[in-house]
Design a protein around this ligand. Structure first.
Ligand code: DSN
Length: 427
């Protein structure tokens, strides 16, 4: 019995969601469309198996085949990112970051991360997150022009003496200078954590510098530009040892500390279906085709940014070097929330977002964040980006006119019909 017969309510909603994904322009920069092989692995019998521990060292019997799956995922991650140790078990990005805190710090230790409102992430020290309550969080922000302020960061590090500096973002359209950031961390003896969740696929494709061999630890989700299933990995250098005694928090011990933080520190059994899907995605990411894909993401983002600039939009930092664009709507007649809603009606999915020094609050900020990873997965190129830039402009002009937005939605659907998504799928 399949889901359609067994649970018509859920089957109906999944089909509706499938149509939404097919017929809309998905521009949330942290979203993507996985391959059918990744979907297959994710929906596999891996979900039935408990396997606490690591390959060859499990607390359960019957792990010989899931051992094989996890070892392949680990090996592929190490090769792809150029590190000697990979933990592929974090359930997602926030738990991966939590594991790094747990591994390397004591509660109340000082951490320095980018404020969410300036492009960071909740787990980088936001006061209402575990990272800002269990630890002493000091937050850095961007310059007025939206770029990271390395000089101010160096000063802040000297004053605050953090044990860990976190660099990585959810809404930063430019590249990170890992060497300069490492110098800041080294100047105060702090660990440098590079959270590359948004840019992992770009790093693999060679269109963003890699922090491998520079940062002490890297965390990444697997479902953004990397185009895998929801999940995460922690990557570092060195080899884990398995001493029974307490392990000192030194750089040499990072792999052991990370593995222990995941289990028994934070998690129970790994999600083997998820691990299998990560392995499949990593194989895909090691191809030339994926490199071309990553390059096209950036070309598309630049083409879309250029078109938006031609229409008089203000972009934070004036443009983009990566997969995302942050629009400052202050010179337009609507807020971020209003723009998100109007674009939604027109079949274009983006999210409202704060911009640096935003005078408004996060539930109705001054900006919207959009990106090209999912559009690029559908095969769209610069020509489509220009058209989409025109449509965004149209939706922003006519944001109060529902009829006009519905008409726009029809044109959006006509375009998406030319780029089929999961043509044979139905629930
Ligand atoms: N929700 C992710 C994003 O959209 O960037 C971050 O966790």
């Amino acid at each position: 019995m399949n889901i359609h017969q067994q649970d018509p309510e859920i089957s109906h909603l999944l089909n509706q969601e499938l149509l939404r994904q097919r017929q809309g322009l998905e521009m949330i920069p942290s979203e993507n469309f996985v391959s059918e092989a990744v979907l297959e692995a994710l929906g596999s019998i891996g979900t039935n198996k408990y396997s606490e521990g690591y390959p060859g060292k499990r607390y359960y019997g019957g792990c010989e085949f899931v051992d094989g799956i996890e070892q392949i995922a680990i090996d592929r991650a190490k090769t792809l990112f150029g590190v000697t140790h990979a933990n592929v078990q974090p359930y997602s990005g926030s738990p991966a970051n939590l594991a790094v805190y747990f591994a390397l710090l004591n509660p109340s230790d000082t951490v320095m991360g980018m404020h969410l409102f300036y492009g960071g992430h909740m787990t980088h020290g936001l006061p209402v997150n575990f990272s800002g309550t269990l630890y002493h969080s000091v937050q850095y922000q961007t310059r007025k022009d939206g770029y990271l302020d390395l000089e101010a960061m160096a000063e802040q590090a000297k004053t605050e003496k953090p044990k860990m500096i976190i660099v990585g973002a959810t809404a930063y359209p430019r590249v990170f200078d890992w060497k300069a950031l490492k110098e800041i961390a080294d100047s105060v003896g702090a660990f440098l954590l590079a959270d590359i969740s948004h840019i992992a696929g770009l790093i693999v494709a060679g269109v963003h510098p890699s922090p491998a061999g520079i940062a002490d630890v890297m965390t990444t989700t697997t479902h953004k530009t990397l185009r895998g299933p929801r999940g995460a990995m922690i990557l570092c250098n060195g080899n884990p040892s398995t001493p029974l005694k307490t392990v000192e928090r030194t750089k040499e011990n990072i792999p052991t500390l990370i593995d222990r933080a995941i289990i028994p520190g934070l998690q129970g059994g790994p999600h083997n279906h998820q691990t299998a899907a990560i392995a499949v995605a990593l194989k895909e990411a090691s191809t030339q085709e994926f490199k071309t894909y990553g390059q096209q993401i950036v070309k598309n983002a630049k083409a879309l940014a250029d078109r938006l600039l031609e229409h008089g939009f203000t972009l934070v930092t004036g443009g983009t070097d990566n997969h995302l664009i942050l629009i400052d709507l202050n010179n337009k007649a609507l807020t971020g929330a209003q723009a998100e809603k109007a674009l939604d009606l027109a079949g274009m999915t983006v999210n409202k977002n704060t911009i640096p020094f935003d005078p408004r609050r996060p539930f109705d900020p001054s900006g919207i964040r959009l990106g090209t990873p999912a559009l690029t997965s559908r095969g769209m190129k610069e020509e489509e980006m220009k058209q989409i830039g025109d449509w965004i402009n149209e939706a922003v002009i006519y944001w109060k006119e529902e009829e006009k937005l519905r008409d726009l939605r029809k044109r959006v659907k006509d375009m998406t019909d030319q780029f089929p998504l999961y043509p044979n799928l139905q629930y």
